[in-house]
Design a protein around this ligand. Structure first.
Ligand SMILES: NC(=O)c1ccc[n+]([C@@H]2O[C@H](COP(=O)([O-])OP(=O)(O)OC[C@H]3O[C@@H](n4cnc5c(N)ncnc54)[C@H](O)[C@@H]3O)[C@@H](O)[C@H]2O)c1
Length: 442
């Protein structure tokens, strides 16, 4: 089956969500390109979500994104519309393109809208019963040869395939957030996944200009396989500190170590807040169940959830409170489990920074290194000095670096990743790390 033919009728389920809206925009862009080349053909992109208000927002979101895309690609668009003499000004071309793309969209809360789709993207919430149920419904509604790409970030594809009776017509196509910007897509074939679907995934990735990295079909895959264990490592290090420090102090220390001392874009607890403590908990649950590993669990995360401390993002992208309290996405407080309230971060900072100790002089923050061509050498020099340094911060950081490397190596040993490069690429692209966990620094 050829990708151009399949793109004639596509559906996205969970289209109004964070991932669904990005995937919808990418596919709308792709279909608009085909429509310009084949104006006589009828194309449909069906955007389905149970959230009515979300669908209204989606309409506006896609339109805004398409205008931006058209503005950025105006030269190529002018060429594509070469034969349209009525399009004189750039604005005429942009309007024509956006109209073209919006014209193929159909929005509904009703799954039946997907009935003619040969290609279906599933991006509903990470709940395996719900995903199974939706995929089963889609199997009955869609044509017998329809192909499914699921955005699950942790549920084994083989399990979804078997539960929904799709007989190999499903592949894991794990976009990262936000799908329009993030180059990485983790691709997960189950044992049963049909070869033509794998080829199709490869071709789609090329067209969308994504960096495809294969992961084996083991719960959590590479991305969450590493993130979940790194998060649990952060929690266990926090618990060790709790003997000598209060809860907010321990959170501060481990977060600062994992951000500044490890030169990451954010500390581990800020990252868990960003992803959502609820999402982190559900990833752990899925992995614990499928891997039959009781260690993939955290009492602390469960306790925070009981107290309704959940993190995550609001619809406008602003950060909700979790381990940290946020004002305009700046960290202002740290949750105190005993007081059940946030304590002011400034009241702790100075004293704790003294205890943590100085960073080596070679230190440069993540922001300064991210586009520095010499960053590998700079990082190597920095980590060498870090290992020679004394003090609580250096000691905790070097230990964390070693353990996080082990987590990466275990992903290969456990057969999740084929090699070191795939593990490092996922962390560097999907999580914006400057270096892979499997490195020569320790
Ligand atoms: N958010 C991320 O950073 C991220 C990254 C990679 C992968 N993922 C995965 O992508 C998927 C979606 O995550 P998200 O963050 O976009 O979630 P989200 O909560 O933002 O969106 C989920 C959408 O699904 C819709 N939905 C729920 N039940 C539905 C149903 N029965 N029928 C139709 N629509 C339904 C919701 O209304 C919502 O709009 C999950 O599998 C998640 O694990 C998320």
């Amino acid at each position: 089956m050829n990708l151009d033919d399949l793109l004639e009728n596509v559906s996205v389920i969970g289209a109004a969500g964070k991932m669904g809206s990005g995937i919808s925009t990418l596919i709308a862009q792709e279909i608009a390109g085909l429509k310009i080349k084949n104006p006589e053909k009828v194309y449909r992109l069906n955007l389905i979500d149970v959230n009515e208000a979300g669908i209204d927002g989606l309409r506006t979101y896609i339109k805004t994104q398409l205008i931006k895309i058209a503005e950025k690609t105006i030269v190529a668009l002018r060429q594509a519309y070469d034969s349209r003499e009525d399009l004189v000004e750039n604005q005429d071309v942009i309007d024509a393109y956006v109209d073209e793309a919006l014209g193929v969209l159909r929005f509904d809360t009703d799954m039946n809208l997907a009935r003619n789709s040969g290609l279906v993207f599933e991006a509903i919430i990470e709940n395996q019963d719900l995903k199974t149920d939706i995929l089963k419904q889609l199997r009955q509604i869609c044509p017998d040869n329809a192909l499914f790409l699921t955005n699950t970030s942790s549920i084994p594809i083989g399990f979804l395939d078997e539960q929904a009776g799709l007989q190999g017509r499903i592949i894991g196509y794990h976009f990262y957030n936000p799908p329009i910007v993030q180059k990485l897509v983790e691709v997960i074939s189950a044992e049963n996944t049909r070869p033509e679907l794998k080829q199709l995934g490869d071709e789609l990735g090329k067209r969308l200009r994504k960096k495809l990295i294969p992961s084996n079909d083991i719960a959590g895959f590479i991305g969450n396989g590493h993130f979940s264990r790194d998060g649990l490592l952060g929690v266990s290090e926090l618990m060790k500190l709790k003997h000598e420090h209060s809860f907010p102090e321990s959170v501060y220390i481990i977060n600062r170590i994992t951000q500044d001392f490890l030169v990451r874009p954010m500390g581990i607890f800020q990252l868990i807040d960003y992803v959502g403590i609820d999402v982190f908990q559900s990833i752990l649950r899925v992995m614990k169940k499928h891997l039959n590993n009781p260690e993939l669990h955290s009492d602390l995360i469960d306790l925070l959830m009981e107290k309704n401390i959940r993190g995550g993002q609001r619809a406008d992208g602003s950060q909700k409170d979790g381990f940290f309290q946020y004002e305009k996405n700046r960290l202002t407080g740290i949750y105190d489990l005993e007081q059940e309230a946030y304590v002011d971060i400034e009241s702790l900072e100075t004293g704790l920074d003294k205890k943590i100790g100085e960073l080596p002089q070679e230190y440069l923050p993540w922001k300064k290194l991210v586009s520095n061509p010499d960053r590998e050498a700079l990082l190597s020099g920095y980590f060498k000095k870090l290992q020679e340094s004394e003090g609580l911060g250096a000691e905790l950081a070097v230990n964390f670096l070693r353990q996080t490397k082990k987590i990466g190596e275990n992903l290969i040993e456990d057969g999740v990743a084929e090699n070191k490069k795939d593990v490092n690429d996922v962390l560097m692209n999907g999580f914006y790390w400057l270096y892979g966990p499997i490195n020569e620094y320790v």
